[in-house]
Design a binder for this molecule. Structure first.
Ligand SMILES: N[C@@H](CCC(=O)N[C@@H](CS)C(=O)NCC(=O)O)C(=O)O
Length: 226
């Protein structure tokens, strides 16, 4: 079954990495195909005609788009090592937070990272802090290592941008540090645990490749969604 599984992605995308993490946690083999977002392949346009974005997972010829939808599909199709909680209420709560991360937190943190102080940066940071405080509270509330408990789960995977990309961009590219120890000790500890885990080590893109990529984007003034 796994032989007929293909993931279309790009290396630096946190959304694509979410899916790669989920597949790795399930121990499922698949073929990975790198696309080029500057010159999208006819295959991508055919497989995801609505959004024209990666990731797209193709299972037995049938495409599934949107990273969180894909992860839920993976979790249902290969139920061992579940990523979402088993209890229906806990599942609903996990979906709530994953959606909050996607709809609110990622956008606010991305915008803040690329907004220098004095150029709208202060207000953007304040907005991001307010949202991150909710996640900080969630980790502290259960005194948990991960949002999923003792191990990495659906919400951790959904929050992968915060653990790796946001820190590298802030520290190495723009100098706008959002996730600091003084303000967000639980999130910083979570990020360290995540990046130091076997899944994080294998599936977060290398700093040596990511930092020049974002520096070039900054130099070309081509940062999207800011
Ligand atoms: N909501 C989507 C977001 C995916 C997304 O934004 N992918 C980016 C790469 S990081 C993309 O394909 N961008 C191409 C475009 O915007 O045209 C998901 O969760 O899969």
């Amino acid at each position: 079954m796994e032989g007929d599984l293909m993931l279309l992605g790009v290396w630096g995308s946190p959304f694509v990495r979410r899916v790669r993490m989920a597949l790795a946690m399930k121990g499922v083999d698949y073929v990975y195909r790198e696309d080029d977002l500057m010159n999208k392949s006819p295959l991508l346009l055919e497989l995801n005609p609505v959004h024209k974005k990666v990731p797209v997972l193709v299972h037995h010829g049938k495409p599934i788009a949107e990273s969180l939808v894909i992860i839920e599909y993976i979790d249902e199709k290969w139920p061992d090592n579940h990523l979402l909680p088993v209890d229906p209420f806990d599942r609903a709560v996990a979906r709530f937070w994953a959606r909050y991360i996607d709809d609110k937190v990622n956008h606010a943190v991305w915008k803040a990272l690329w907004s220098p102080p004095g150029e709208g940066g202060d207000a953007a940071c304040e907005e991001a802090y307010g949202m991150l405080e909710k996640l900080e509270g969630l980790l502290k509330e259960g005194d948990k290592k991960y949002f999923g408990g003792d191990g990495i789960g659906y919400v951790d995977i959904a929050a992968n941008f915060m653990a790796h990309w946001s820190i590298l961009i802030g520290e190495e590219v723009t100098g706008v540090r959002i996730l600091t120890e003084d303000r967000f000790p639980a999130l910083c500890e979570w990020a360290k645990n995540f990046t130091g885990s076997s899944i994080g080590a294998a599936h977060f893109p290398e700093k040596e490749k990511l930092v020049p990529f974002f520096k070039a984007m900054l130099a070309a003034k081509s940062v999207p969604y800011t």
